[in-house]
Design a protein. Structure first.
Length: 217
């Protein structure tokens, strides 16, 4: 996937579901539930043991209908791990020029994590396809997002971290290209005690909230 394709995919979906857990045993089942609910952009965090294998399984089972990225990419070696597993894009929590450089070499677009105006601008100038404003809720949520957008309206922003269902419309109304959520969307669905039925309900609610802002490009 190239930069513009990822931007188009985000505009067409407005929602990224982040899979992160103690282990990846339920990632593929959760991905199937998410796909059925209309979620098309998934991110498997590399902090989860077994995430690369889960990325490969999800690609095999769900095909090209679902975009599966690797998240929490911090090291250059993570880029290669994710690319070799078949991830179609990368998500980082930080701005690391070496990670962006290697991602470009491997042909993978990046949603690069950043927080301050300087970091956000730097991530964009280093060639990020979009900038993940993380952790957005902890620093002021929608008000912070709006403040960032005013002087930098050209940068596609993906607010992440503490984005709850009730916030989805507010962030998208404020000009975000998409929102990303882990805990508020996945809940405990990735644990053995979690319910995939409840996940289906939550995912449908998130998709419905984002749907108003979806545009076909
Ligand atoms: O994966 C990464 O690279 C991140 O840094 C982003 C996180 O997964 C967020 O921490 C999600 O936050 P919640 O949606 O509040 O659970």
């Amino acid at each position: 996937m190239i930069q513009h394709d990822l931007q188009d995919t985000l505009i067409e979906n407005r929602l990224v579901a982040i899979l992160r857990a103690a282990d990846a045993s339920r990632f593929a089942d959760a991905a199937i539930v998410l796909q059925a609910a209309g979620v098309r952009v998934l991110e498997a965090a590399l902090t989860t043991p077994g995430a690369p294998e889960a990325i490969a399984t999800i690609r095999e089972k769900l095909g090209d209908d679902v975009h599966i990225g690797a998240g929490s990419v911090r090291e250059v070696s993570d880029v290669d791990t994710a690319a070799d597993a078949g991830a179609t894009f990368l998500v980082t929590p930080t701005v690391n020029p070496l990670v962006l450089e290697r991602s470009h070499e491997r042909g993978l677009p990046v949603i690069c994590g950043a927080l301050t105006p300087t970091e956000i601008d730097q991530a964009w100038r280093l060639g990020a396809a979009a900038v993940k404003v993380f952790p957005v809720a902890a620093v002021g949520g929608v008000a912070y997002l709006r403040a960032i957008r005013a002087p930098m309206p050209d940068i596609p922003l993906v607010p992440t971290g503490g984005v709850h269902l009730a916030d989805v419309a507010k962030y998208l109304e404020s000009g975000s290209i998409a929102v990303a959520a882990a805990t508020p969307l996945l809940g405990d669905a990735l644990t053995s005690a979690g319910s995939l039925t409840d996940l289906a309900t939550r995912a449908s609610e998130f998709v419905a909230a984002a749907a108003k802002y979806v545009s076909r490009v």
